[in-house]
Write a protein that binds this ligand. Sequence first.
Ligand SMILES: [Ca+2]
Ligand SMILES: [Ca+2]
Ligand SMILES: [Ca+2]
Length: 318
Amino acid sequence: MTSRPKNRAWELPLARLAFAAALLAGLACGEKAEPDLGTMRRALGPGELFINEVHANPDAVSGDTNGDGVLSENQDEFVELVNATSSPLEVSGVSLSDATSSRFTFPPGAVIPAGEAAVVFGGGAPRGDFGNAARFGLVFTASLGLNNSTPDHVVIQQGAVELDRVEFANPADGISLNRNPDGDPAGALVAHDTVPGAVGGYSPGARVDGRPFARHLFGADPEIGLTSGGVAVEISGSGFSEGLLAVHFKRQGAIAASPGFQRRSSSLVVAVAPPFTEGPVDLEVVDDEGSIVGAGLFTYVTSFPSPDAGLPPDAGLP
Ligand SMILES: [Ca+2]
Ligand SMILES: [Ca+2]
Ligand SMILES: [Ca+2]
């Protein structure tokens, strides 16, 4: 079962992202001359997908990790898996097991973007962003049954190839086990609240401090503006830092800087569109952590269709 984004406005941009990701992955496969051109399916290597966080022992009073309002020592267990590569990974068919049995298999079409996370909760009806996992359709549920005291392990594998394995025993009540450093596949598994920067006892789908794993631009509103510029464009995304430096509108070597921009939140920047030539442009948000580019998110037009276009000259205008 998959948790869908609550805000349906995300669905179109997500479909575009998935399509773009599929195209990019197909191209990447083509460059490597791998046989399965046109899809991103390929054999994963150990460590390309890894277990970053395991929560086996949710607190019975304060441990509603899946955000569904129900405290459950089983449903609020979770395992967080992270794509360690700089490319999208198709993970369909990758399975997750514990000491007892296979517990979960990623469904067909499951793709984890570069550096992003997927979360498998023990059950319930997960509600929340979970970093960017919900927006990418990467929040799942399955019966996990992770032991609280008897030694247990979590293994992820594709076919017979083991991608990652963690072992644990007696995790503290209400505190997950997390890689240290966070997001480092080679990091040791330690109590979440002892990882530098951690906020709280667990962080399903997010970094230990609650930020999303990767930064993205998701969309623009409006998506269309005049070539003369001037419209204020709301750019939605993730991980915008407080040190916003510039917003660029650009296409194939041509670049124009927004004459006025403001960070409203970690997920929203507003920028005045500069004048530009007709056609689609990429948007680039530059802050003190680097730059984030969204391809083709905005389109310049020379004029908007007249609201009375097609009507006879005397069609009721006062
Ligand atoms: Ca819950
Ligand atoms: Ca348990
Ligand atoms: Ca986490």
